[in-house]
Design a protein around this ligand. Structure first.
Ligand code: IVH
Length: 697
């Protein structure tokens, strides 16, 4: 929070937050209903979790808005009225979530501080993406089972549970009384088959295996459940009489296994949180190879005495936390496979999908990368596939659900000619990608221009694919430089363009004329020259003229610029068409394109104080991150995002977390911010303090 806020402004904000709390409660309740009652969620778990988090944070700031009925206080869900109620012997709680490694470490600190002298170590289990059930056994026989429902009362689905594959109807020992908790799930294979049948019968396919499992367990006719191929993994002892109780979670899992239960596979012990994190990562890496869906890992404080001491909130126990993996998967069908021409001429295959909700967004396309990937996946048009989205990247096809094939699926043949210009398509020996052989392919030109105006490049707001296509069709725009010759009148004559939008676009183009060199270099789209290399080159050479004059070795010596990039930059400047483009851009008013401009004095780095270092910044800095990175580059360093064995220096701001820990683990030098500014010559504009704590030499 910054900036002066008068009393009135403060009150207006508080009022807005109170209104947001009410809106969030309504929205979350509706999602709860769709999820628990209708089995038809419309947002991803991650998006749901974000809403709940936002609500929780706002509620913490507004205690006056406390409400025992808030979705943050309830476990969620209402029982369907069609099954007998299944009252739980103790609340069936949910889990708190950790969104990243740092939050897991914070969980560990909390656990340790609450546990005092009691032992703390962990068991890490996969988080099965299914639905929670409680199973009751008397004298070793399965007698009753129910869903979680709202946590207090679920639905009695005993008869359906008897149809779950692997659920023991009789235990290996006649334990007097036992209640366990587990997760009923649907393997991908069964899921594929079920959705085939759904579609064939004209019904909507299930969005994901969890919904399919829930829908299949809550069938009034057990015969329907029978054919659905449900499985169960058990992970908790909820009640036990007649036998010595296990002392910790690892013993409990072994005990359950000895009784004949299918116990969550892949669980492990960890002595401390770093060990737990390693196990979480391991499970994450194995995730794609499992025949069923897991959406995270659960880290549980193992000793039961410690668990009891930690207790629970209304919603979740304090001893355990769910670590959600970033990527999400969904199942859908490949309607078609098309190829697209990129700005480098690469011809990339893309799967056109039946739209599906993935990580909170509607996905209708997924990349198939290249011909080899298509062959390895054996993906055919008509196939059901698993698509995944990790972080910000484009969705990709991970796996084909070949079991449900009908024989109607068609293999894809890579085209031999470019779909845009008809020129031959070639696959250069030793490369995975196909290329259009026409240097002037309009498809390439279009993609190149879209890249040129993109946000991270020249950032011409409002110039999207539609307008660009109109400009290309009109013949008025053939190169990026032509954009800067367009008049507002010409823009206003484009289809569906009003005078106001034309004026806005002209203003946006004008604003882009003063973008710095780093952005222009990125916008020009030289091969291998991404955002980072562009920034490094701009920092080192300062002007396009100096860059054009640089030799290959000089280029390759710049941090973040390797030999391949250096060669590509040289080749780009050796092409007279490119020099003509620069001159045309400069004539159009793009300042950084001017080859005669002198480099600013600051761009002198080769022998700088951080020459040869690879620096990673972490934590909160006193200046914008980009400013610190630029200073590091000017001092001759390469800047990286992740701490690896190549990292030579970590600059840690406030509240530095996992990267700092990793640096310590690897024995990498760690400086605080003042030390960094002292080393690079203290050009931090915001502060004129003399640097304390000089850097270690
Ligand atoms: S422990 C009291 N362990 O994830 C907490 N839960 O998001 C008991 N789940 O409601 C839960 N795999 O349905 C636990 N290995 C596992 C799990 C698991 C899946 C589910 C469970 C829970 C939900 C929380």
């Amino acid at each position: 929070m910054s900036g002066p806020a008068g009393g009135a402004g403060e009150e207006a904000r508080a009022q807005a937050e109170r209104e947001r709390i009410l809106a969030l409660r309504r929205e979350i309740r509706e999602h709860d209903r769709r999820y628990y009652v209708l089995d038809a969620p419309t947002i991803s778990d991650a998006a749901y979790d974000r809403l709940v988090r936002e609500l929780r944070e706002l509620e913490a700031r507004h205690p006056e808005m406390a409400d025992p009925d808030s979705p943050t206080r309830r476990v969620g869900g209402e029982a369907l009225p069609t099954f007998s109620p299944f009252p739980h012997i103790a609340p069936m709680l949910s889990l708190q979530n950790a969104m990243g490694e740092e939050e897991l470490r914070a969980f560990d600190r909390r656990v340790r501080s609450l546990a005092g002298e009691l032992p703390v170590w962990y068991v890490v289990e996969p988080k099965i993406d299914g639905l929670s059930v409680a199973l009751r056994y008397h004298d070793g026989a399965f007698v009753q089972g129910g869903t979680r429902g709202d946590g207090a009362v679920g639905e009695d689905v005993t008869e359906n549970l008897r149809r779950v594959v692997g659920l023991p109807l009789r235990l290996r020992r006649p334990v007097a009384h036992l209640e366990v908790r587990g997760e009923v799930y649907m393997p991908y294979e069964a899921f594929g088959r079920l959705n085939e049948a759904q579609v064939a019968a004209g019904r909507a396919p299930f969005a994901n295996p969890r919904n399919a499992a829930a829908g299949s367990l809550r069938q009034l006719d057990p015969e329907v459940t029978e054919g659905r191929g449900l499985g169960v993994w058990v992970y908790e002892v909820r009640a036990l009489e007649g036998e010595q109780a296990p002392a910790d979670q690892a013993e409990a899992l072994s005990f359950l296994e000895a009784l004949g239960f299918p116990v969550v596979p892949g669980w492990s012990r960890a002595d401390d949180v770093e060990g737990a994190l390693a196990a979480v990562r391991r499970l994450g890496a194995e995730r794609d190879r499992l025949p069923f869906a897991i959406d995270g890992a659960v880290v549980k404080t193992a000793p039961f005495a410690t668990q009891r001491a930690l207790g629970a909130t209304a919603k979740a126990p304090r001893h355990a936390i769910a670590f959600k993996y970033e990527s999400e998967e969904a199942v859908t069908r490949v309607v078609d496979i098309v190829v697209q021409v990129g700005r480098t001429g690469a011809v990339t295959p893309t799967a056109v999908l039946e739209p599906v909700l993935l990580a909170g967004t509607r996905v209708a396309r997924a990349t198939l990368h290249n011909e080899d990937v298509i062959r390895d996946l054996d993906v055919r048009i008509g196939d059901r596939v698993v698509v995944r989205k990790a972080g910000e990247v484009i969705p990709e096809v991970v796996r084909v659900l070949a079991e449900g094939r009908t024989g109607e699926e068609r293999p894809f043949r890579f085209p031999t000619t470019c779909p845009v210009c008809g020129a031959p398509v070639e696959r250069p020996p030793g490369q995975a990608a196909h290329r259009c052989t026409n240097e002037r392919c309009p498809g390439r030109l279009r993609e190149g221009l879209l890249h040129f105006v993109a946000r991270a490049a020249m950032d011409v707001e409002g110039l999207g694919p539609k307008i660009l296509d109109a400009l290309l069709a009109s013949g008025r725009v053939r190169t990026a430089a032509d954009l800067y010759t367009l008049t507002p009148d010409e823009l206003a004559r484009l289809p569906r363009m009003g005078a106001k939008s034309a004026a806005n676009l002209a203003a946006a183009l004008d604003a882009s004329r003063s973008r710095p060199l780093s952005r222009l270099l990125f916008a020009l789209g030289m091969r291998h020259v991404g955002e980072r290399a562009s920034a490094a080159l701009a920092d080192r050479f300062g002007s396009v003229g100096a860059l054009a004059a640089a030799g290959e070795e000089e280029l390759a010596a710049v941090p973040d610029v390797g030999p391949a990039t250096a060669a590509s930059v040289r080749a780009w400047f050796a092409d007279p068409d490119n020099l003509a483009l620069l001159d045309a851009l400069a004539a159009g008013g793009v300042a950084a394109a001017d080859r005669r401009a002198a480099p600013p004095a600051a761009a002198v780095a080769a022998g700088g104080p951080l020459a040869g270092q690879e620096v990673v910044f972490t934590g909160r800095l006193s200046v914008p991150r980009a400013q610190a990175e630029a200073a590091a580059r000017r001092a001759g360093a390469a800047v990286a995002d992740r701490v690896t064995r190549r990292t030579t220096l970590v600059v840690a701001g406030e509240e530095a977390g996992s990267k700092l820990a990793r640096a310590r683990e690897l024995g990498v030098a760690v400086w605080d911010e003042p030390a960094f500014w002292a080393a690079v010559g203290a050009d931090r504009q915001e502060s004129s303090d003399p640097p304390s704590n000089p850097p270690p030499s």
